[in-house]
Structures are given as C-alpha cells and as structure tokens.
Design a protein around this ligand. Structure first.
Ligand SMILES: [Zn+2]
Ligand SMILES: [Zn+2]
Length: 317
C-alpha cells in the first residue's frame, strides 16, 4: 500500500483510499480465479469458527465466492459478508424440531440470508416440520437445501430427511418452492438400480434413476454437487456424467461441503465420515471441480460453478 506523508492527505481521504483498496483486492480475488478459468461459487460451505479460516479454504482451492451455511441470523456470517461483500453470501438453517422455527428462519432472511439450509434433521423429508419450511421458503422466495440420507455412515448416526423415493409428492405439492437436493440418497438415486444397499454406491450407472427423472420433470428441483456424495456420483461412470451434466446444465450447482483446512486436503476433509474415506487427504472442492472440468464444456462448467447459483439465489453476478 502507498504511504501517505503526514498532513498531505486528510483522514477522510485516507480512509476512502483504504476502503477503495479493500474493494479492489476483493474484486481482484473474484476475477483472477487462476485455477479454474473463471470465478467459482461454492454453494455449500459451512461457517467456520474463525472468520479467517473460511477465506483460507476458499483461496486455497481457487473458490472465489461462497454461500456460507450458518444457523439462524448468525452475526458471524453477516460480519463475514460485510467484510467481503463481493465474495460472501449466506444461508440459514434452524432447529426445525423446536417451536419458533418459522420465526427464526424469517428473521434470518430479514437479516440477509439468501436461502434456507442446510436442513439436516432426523425427520421425514415429507414430514410436517419440513413441510412448514417448504411453504415458508416459497413465501419468502428463497430456496431450501435438503440433506437426504437413508443409510447411516456409522452405528448410531441415524438417518436424515428420509423418503427421497417419494419426494415427487413434495415437488408437486409445493410448486413455488425451489428445492436444492443434496447428500447420499439424492445422488445414489441417479441410478435406477439403487435400493439403499450402500451410502455411496459404486460402478456403472443404470440409467433412468429417480433423481435424473425428477431433475428433468420438475422446474423447482435443483442439485447440489457437494460432498463425497456428489463427487462419488460424478466419478462412477464418465459417459453417464458427461450426459447428465449436459442434460441438467441449468439445474446443477457446484458445492464442496469440504471441511479440509487449507483447500489442499489438509486436516480432515469429510468430518471423519468413515464411509467417505476415498476423500481422506483430499480437498473435496478441488476434486469435484476437477471432475466437472474434465467432464463438460467450458460453457456448461461456467453455469454449474457460477451462473446457476446466482440465478437461483438471486445474487447479482
Ligand atoms: Zn449435508
Ligand atoms: Zn477442502
């Protein structure tokens, strides 16, 4: 930064220059994006305890922008957005199993949340708790990010947002709600032969799976490619992946759900999930961006890592 001689510049001018420099740095980080050929938005990034570590991960893996997943009207998420207005937006979850969930979610949207999520609770995906959230999401015009999981990763974990195979009922019942599907059951069901035998099935994909069908049939369903679930699904069958990305190019969003410390696979990448050991020592963001990059055209890649999320979350690009 330039040095100002005492008395040469007013305090107000100095502060304006400092602010301008900060915005320029912010914009530079956004547009440089050397790793992936353009800016990248991570739609699934859990707020970290220390504000700086959020940026350490993003910068480490070449992610320019992120939707920070927070809880309720989180002051840390707002503060991070205030500090990096061109790089950060945030979404909010709340405990939907306790009274007042609607009010807390509405409050979060008032405070700046651009979506609801991630919603991960031991409830049915078409149960009363979530149906209230789906209705509120339509009313407040924000999308809702749902974690679907029917197979536990370790004894005692339990299952989350169950009943994906009958989720079409919710897509019909709430046509004005924008649903973002995520996690094991959402991605395992791209395969028509899947019957909950594993959290992360492997091998070639039998076409005609429920997820593929629902993405094609319902304008209000989107897919979040984050975590081992999304990466695993896109790594099973290269020919399927290329077609799938092309078919749903306007419905898919890049996300990482990575918990590695540095954007290079340091620390723990999938929160010690034993079923996701294929991601150990790897940064999920880097791995998934690599798969997407090699599986599709630059134009479709750009939609999936940037354009689709901006349109869906109504973020000015
Ligand atoms: Zn999740
Ligand atoms: Zn990472």
């Amino acid at each position: 930064m330039r040095h100002y001689r005492a008395g040469g510049v007013s305090r107000r001018e100095f502060l304006a220059a400092v602010a301008a420099a900060a915005i320029a740095r912010d914009a530079a980080a956004e547009s440089a994006a050397p790793l992936w050929g353009g800016p990248v938005l991570d739609c699934h990034f859990h707020l970290r305890a220390d504000p700086k570590s959020n940026l350490t991960h993003m910068d480490g893996c070449g992610v320019t922008n992120a939707v920070i997943l927070a809880r309720d009207a989180d002051k840390d998420a707002s503060a991070l957005q205030a500090k990096y207005p061109r790089r950060i937006v945030w979404a909010a979850a709340t405990d939907i199993t306790t009274p007042g969930a609607d009010a807390r979610l509405a409050e979060a949207v008032k405070a700046g949340a651009v979506g609801f999520g991630e919603l991960k609770f031991h409830v049915e995906a078409d149960g009363p708790e979530l149906q209230r959230v789906y209705a509120l999401a339509a009313e407040l015009r924000v999308p809702v990010l749902v974690h679907f999981q029917e197979v536990q990763h370790y004894a005692g974990e339990g299952v989350w947002e169950t009943g994906f195979k009958r989720f079409e009922g919710m897509l019909r019942k709430y046509p004005n709600t924008k649903f973002i599907g995520h996690a094991d059951a959402f991605w395992a069901n791209i395969d028509a032969s899947y019957h909950e035998e594993a959290a992360y099935p492997t091998g070639p994909i039998v076409r005609g799976g429920i997820t593929d069908k629902l993405l094609g049939d319902y304008a209000n369903l989107f897919g979040d490619l984050s975590a081992n679930s999304g990466n695993n699904a896109m790594s099973r069958d290269p020919a399927f992946t290329a077609d799938f990305l092309k078919r749903h190019q306007d419905k898919l969003l890049f996300g990482s759900d990575c918990s590695c410390s540095d954007g290079h696979g340091g620390g723990v990448s999938q929160s010690n999930n034993p079923a996701a050991s294929r991601m150990a020592g790897k940064c999920v963001a880097r791995e998934t961006l690599s798969v997407l990059k090699q599986s599709t055209s630059p134009a479709i890649f750009q939609k999936i890592v940037w354009g689709n999320a901006h349109r869906l979350l109504r973020i000015p690009a």
